[in-house]
Write a new protein. Structure first.
Length: 79
């Protein structure tokens, strides 16, 4: 998560930001654990197929965190 944050924003995340990202990851792990079909549906989008050797629940949770990172105002807006 630190590496992804740094790639997206150009700076290191604060401890508070890492806490928010971890909380988001845990939320999505639980969310997709209750509905594995929804995880597979999320992973079916995009140009590249997901690796079948990876746990779809885990991959979908990390994809959700990546989406959060890419939608940060800091990433979307140039100041």
């Amino acid at each position: 998560m630190r590496h992804g944050f740094r790639l997206a924003t150009g700076r290191a995340p604060t401890a508070e930001e890492i806490g928010i990202l971890r909380g988001n990851l845990h939320y999505h792990r639980d969310y997709f654990a209750g509905d594995p079909e929804r995880a597979r549906a999320l992973l079916s989008h995009g140009d590249s197929p997901s690796d079948p050797a990876l746990d779809p629940r885990e991959l979908a949770a990390y994809a959700s965190v990546a989406s959060l990172l890419l939608n940060l105002d800091e990433v979307v807006s140039k100041q």
